[in-house]
Design a protein around this ligand. Structure first.
Ligand code: H2B
Length: 100
């Protein structure tokens, strides 16, 4: 069983993951990305899919042409866990590196 984030970690999320919003209910974090076009969005999604497989942690996501909305939550914990923070950081690092 994976532990949920404690109150202190939840309170610190705005600082540790400034691009991500905590959803109402505090059981997920969300970020929206915009790309040049569908091809760029899909390229990004392919990279995130590889990350998800490597971390065995998979996003809830939605793609509309050049937009990708990603929600991260830990089903096994019934809310947010350190695995979501780790995945969000890895996704941010991809974007910071200019992917796609
Ligand atoms: N992804 C997410 N987002 N949450 C999980 O709890 C989760 C997962 N659990 N990917 C993993 C897979 C689990 O179901 C497998 C069996 O390891």
């Amino acid at each position: 069983m994976i532990e949920k984030l404690d109150a202190a970690a939840l309170a610190g999320l705005a600082e540790t993951l400034p691009h991500w919003q905590v959803t109402e209910g505090q059981d997920a974090i969300r970020r929206e990305f915009r790309f040049r076009d569908f091809s760029a969005a899909w390229g990004f999604m392919a990279r995130v899919a590889l990350l998800a497989e490597a971390q065995d942690h998979h996003p809830d996501w939605r793609n509309v042409w050049n937009r990708v909305e990603i929600l991260l939550t830990t089903h096994d914990a019934g809310g947010l866990s350190a695995r979501d923070v780790q995945m969000a950081r890895a996704i941010d690092a991809l974007v910071d590196a200019g992917v796609p």
